[in-house]
Design a protein around this ligand. Structure first.
Ligand code: PGA
Ligand code: ZN
Length: 463
């Protein structure tokens, strides 16, 4: 892992857990405090097809180390994907709409297993480099980024288990005590809700919450009140892919107004205690600088889109906007950042696809000021981490993010804490695959005890 952190693998802890607090780790002395051998060489790699939150196949990998520790991880899948994401290998053909992953599973158990058995799971950089080399393509199109990421993440889990520390501490050391501010979806739209509204995520953040737990409490009330408001209006069509209410609204702006109403009915001050974050996911309805907002019956050029969003920023307590423009509209991204970047966070998801080089390119033209970090956009933890390092080098914020197709896997929560990104986006406040992650964050915050601090990366925008 490319990190300058003094304790990249968590050598010290004040938690009282039985591991080698204070031991020098740099010499690779594979001993825990109890003297047990923690041989981190990979002994076996297994994979299986499991199922995600949309009922689609995905890849789970399991890694066993020579010392006996086992790590396991499941890869998620997106629906509104950037065209420059690493390649997700699907089998094609008739079964499951062509989305089976039996080839990716086989790739893990054969070629990838042969390449990584004997490597150290606690040398993430070397392991991930081997994964990149054995695939041999720029986008992991041969073996599949879903195959490589499953192994990359499972290895990190196995190494953390061997060291007897939670993954977040393995990644960030005992000093990693920054809890991420959560971005939580209230209404789901775009590709996650039959394009009923054009904007994909209407989310809330709680910049005034004192702890992660309190941010969840406030969000739970806003989510509940949003549901009540919609029910009263007959505007709820159930929940969308990430658990947010699937809205039957007459305009995109109605979602913003309804969200403010829900925040107020829940008893919070909009902008001060609970603010709005949007994921426009503009690449889904904009190509070649033309944006078609179906619900609003509008076709806008890039500047029209910028004007629309600037109007929303003036009228609503918005503090963060993701993919305000299309992935192919970098100049407009830069114009929007010049116009609004001092008031709101401007996040590149499809635009930057967790790619360190694309972050550097964007920084060179002043486009966006934050990067979404989704490990399956790259296919290894180290490459995703490199995007976060690039973000920090250029003064960009970072948000670790789930995908719309998720599982019970909670790796990303540990990445957000261990890497200290300061923000986490997981979807809404419903459905087990989402709640598994919020609940894991609660456990981490409790474990950190008084050392935990909730990040405050976003401006408050009191009305
Ligand atoms: P996706 O959506 O996982 O379907 O790409 C999440 C997002 O756009 O942030
Ligand atoms: Zn997005």
């Amino acid at each position: 892992m490319s990190t300058n952190d003094p304790h990249p693998h968590g050598i010290a802890s004040s938690s009282g857990e039985p591991h080698d607090a204070g031991a020098a780790r740099g010499d690779r002395d594979d001993r825990t405090a109890t003297g047990a051998d923690v041989d981190c060489r990979i002994r076996a790699v297994r994979a299986r097809r499991v199922w995600d939150s949309r009922g689609r196949p995905t890849v789970e990998a399991e890694i066993e180390l020579a010392g006996g520790a086992v790590g396991r991880a499941i890869v998620p899948a997106g629906a509104s994907k950037g065209s420059r994401e690493a390649h997700e290998l699907r089998d094609g053909g008739a079964p499951f709409g062509g989305l089976d992953v039996l080839q990716a599973v086989a790739n893990v158990e054969t070629e990838i297993a042969r390449a990584v058995v004997g490597l150290r799971a606690d040398d993430q950089a070397a392991l991930d480099q081997r994964l990149v080399e054995v695939d041999g393509t720029p986008t992991k199109s041969r073996l599949g980024a879903n195959a490589t990421l499953a192994v990359s993440m499972a290895a990190a889990h196995a190494a953390a288990t061997a060291r007897r520390v939670p993954l977040h501490e393995y990644l960030g050391g005992a000093a990693a005590t920054l809890m991420p501010l959560p971005q939580i979806q209230i209404f789901g739209g775009g590709a996650h809700a039959g394009r009923r509204v054009d904007i994909q995520d209407f989310m809330v953040v709680c910049p005034a919450a004192r702890s992660f737990a309190e941010a969840l409490e406030w969000t739970a009330e806003v989510y509940r009140h949003a549901g009540l408001v919609m029910q009263a209006r007959g505007a709820s069509l159930g929940v969308a892919d990430e658990g947010g209410w699937w809205p039957d609204f007459v305009s995109n702006e109605e979602a913003l107004a309804t969200l403010v109403e829900a925040i107020e009915r829940a008893g919070y001050a909009p902008g001060e205690q609970v603010a709005i974050a949007l994921d426009i996911a503009a690449s889904d309805f904009g190509r070649a600088c033309r944006y078609t907002l179906g619900l609003d019956a509008k076709v806008l050029d890039s500047d029209g889109m910028i004007e629309l969003l600037l109007g929303w920023i003036d009228a609503y307590p918005i503090v963060s906007i993701e993919d305000p423009l299309g992935e192919d509209d970098a100049d407009a991204f830069a114009r929007f950042t010049r116009a609004a970047g001092d008031r709101v966070q401007i996040v590149g998801d499809d635009f930057l696809v967790s790619d360190a080089a694309l972050v550097a390119d964007a920084a060179a033209i002043g486009a966006a000021n934050a990067v979404l970090l989704k490990p399956n956009q790259r296919g290894t933890l180290s490459e995703t981490r490199a995007a976060w390092d690039a973000a920090k080098a250029h003064g960009y914020a970072g948000i670790v993010s789930a995908r719309s197709g998720e599982t019970e896997d909670t790796t990303i929560v540990h990445l957000a804490v261990g890497w200290g990104t300061g923000q986490l986006k997981v979807g809404s406040f419903a459905r087990g695959e989402r709640m598994a992650k919020w609940n894991e964050a609660l456990r981490i915050e409790e474990r950190l005890g008084p050392r935990a601090r909730l990040a405050r990366p976003l401006p408050r925008r009191p009305r």
